[in-house]
Design a protein around this ligand. Structure first.
Ligand code: BES
Ligand code: ZN
Ligand code: ZN
Length: 497
């Protein structure tokens, strides 16, 4: 897809469709009035009769006339809140892109970035719109072999028109940034959507190495012998049930000064979570191919950081493993010795994520990190607590948590903090080992984080539980059914600020 920036008045460009954002208000803007006159009052009528009010993400598609250069006009409602952030434009652009795609309209002129949002600069608006278009265009269709002609069409060209505004080169740079972030999100989505038979731990590692080669990241993969030698007891314990060997994936972006302590990102990379001997029920077990979404977010963020040349040192660590039952699988009652030396009583083999993250958090220490953020589809309890509209954030550093929450507000990937009081740690005390891997029914998301806290001692650390946000069940304009790529935009925003 080509995105062109043109210095022109939007209504002067010849195009199959002109896309315009409209605020919900009684009066028409100057441009809307002008277009309404040329379309014989069609817009005014829709507004008067309530067919279109400008309500957030409402759409109205009308045909052009002989007197205008566009064949159609698509109005997208922006609601009333001019204090809104980039997420509004992202969603508006995605809504428009999705609608046009379904109608097989493959090229359009976009004016959405011209909507005046009080908190956003021109380039930020351009970035949001470009992200929205790319995110809406995403589909995981590589395994569809029949009737490929019927797949919704992709755009060949989008033109962003601006009559006034910054120099074209700045706008073009913003377009490239939006594209880089959205493509990193789609890279993460591809990884999450990949079926389990393709997606072994080795496959994840290969994808990391390929991305590293393409975008100039350093990459190191630890295989079983090295993991054994170092003592990755959690990762190796979970790996026991699968014939596909685990990997530890490490990606590095060196964008900061040499010697500057890095930000370390850790992502849960369970390529398939059947639960192990504590087997999950059959219903929806297929969705557990998404249990590496944290790892995908970390890999996507590293790619985005490299493409955006973010001036920060960044390390991404993804323990990759498969959790299956078998004759060699680890069992309830087993005691594992983690990389830190702390022992863990395994009472449920389905609480595997925390076991591999414990090792990864310990491995992170060698980088003397400035801060550590881990992302994981860790607990079903998180979906019970927050549903699908926010990820949970917990940690041992309130300032870090605040910054992450702020990045969540800006990026639209919202976070909600849960408490991590010492009292919760009572629930993971073991009689026979240092900790146990389950804390009972109450506060499942918190006790999982309390478990991780034992391994994050002394680190400036936050944990994001993305169990409810990593997978889209119904499909939205900006995120079709399947993996959402959640975390990438949040972390790019966090690192950029
Ligand atoms: N990967 C799951 C959590 C999950 C559930 C993610 C649903 C996304 C959607 C995790 O490994 C798990 O099974 N957790 C258990 C923990 C319990 C045994 C303490 C859970 O949430 O039931
Ligand atoms: Zn599990
Ligand atoms: Zn899991």
């Amino acid at each position: 897809m080509i995105i062109k920036v043109k210095r022109a008045a939007v209504q002067k460009l010849k195009t199959p469709c002109l896309v315009l954002g409209v605020w919900e208000s009684k009066s028409k803007s100057g441009l809307l009035q002008e277009l309404d006159a040329e379309l014989g009052g069609r817009i005014g009528r829709a507004l008067r009769e309530g067919e279109f009010t400008g309500k957030s993400l409402q759409t109205l598609l009308v045909d052009g006339t002989d007197s205008v250069r566009f064949q159609r006009l698509l109005l997208v409602g922006l609601g009333k809140d001019r204090q809104a952030g980039g997420e509004l434009l992202r969603q508006a652009a995605a809504t428009a892109a999705r609608l046009l795609q379904e109608k097989k309209i493959t090229s359009f002129v976009c004016a959405l970035h011209q909507a005046e949002l009080k908190k956003l600069g021109f380039e930020e608006r351009v970035r949001a719109v470009v992200e929205g278009i790319f995110l809406a265009r995403y589909r995981y269709d590589r395994y569809v072999t029949k009737n490929r002609d019927n797949l919704p069409g992709a755009f060949s060209e989008v033109i962003l028109a601006l009559e006034v505004g910054p120099a074209l080169e700045f706008v073009e740079a913003a377009v490239e940034q939006g594209r880089a972030v959205a493509e990193a999100v789609c890279f993460a989505r591809d990884l999450v959507n990949a079926p389990g038979n393709l997606k072994s731990p080795a496959y994840l590692a290969d994808q990391a190495a390929l991305a590293a080669g393409e975008f100039g990241l350093a990459c190191r993969i630890l295989e079983r012998p090295e993991l054994e030698e170092k003592g990755f007891g959690g990762l190796l314990g979970v790996a026991q049930g699968s014939s596909r060997a685990p990997r530890l994936i490490v990606l590095e972006h060196r964008g900061g000064d040499e010697g500057e302590p890095p930000v370390v990102l850790v992502g849960k990379g369970v390529v398939f979570d059947a639960g192990g001997i504590s087997l999950k029920p059959a219903e929806k077990m297929d969705e557990m191919k998404m249990d590496m979404a944290g790892g995908a977010a970390v890999m996507g963020t590293l790619v985005a950081a490299a493409r955006l040349k973010l001036p920060v040192n960044l390390v991404g660590i993804v323990p990759a493993v498969e959790n299956l039952p078998s004759g060699t699988a680890y069992r309830p009652g087993d005691i594992l010795t983690s990389l830190s030396g702390q022992t863990i009583e395994v009472l449920n083999t389905d609480a595997e994520g925390r076991l591999i993250l414990a090792d990864a958090l310990c491995f992170a220490r060698q980088y003397n990190p400035r801060l550590v953020v881990d992302l994981a589809t860790l607990t079903g309890a998180c979906i019970i607590a927050l549903g699908h509209h926010a990820s949970a954030v917990l940690g041992n550093d309130e300032a870090l948590i605040k910054k992450l929450i702020a990045a969540g507000e800006r990026s639209g990937e919202r976070l909600w903090q849960l408490p991590l009081w010492d009292e919760y740690s009572q629930q993971i005390k073991s009689d026979v080992a240092d900790v146990k891997n389950v804390g009972g029914r109450p506060a499942g998301t918190i006790t999982a984080a309390a478990f991780l806290k034992e391994f994050a001692e002394g680190l400036c650390w936050a944990h994001l539980d993305i169990a409810g946000t990593a997978w889209e069940e119904k499909g939205k304009a900006w995120a079709p059914k399947g993996g959402t790529g959640v975390g990438v935009r949040l972390l790019v925003d966090f690192l950029s600020n």
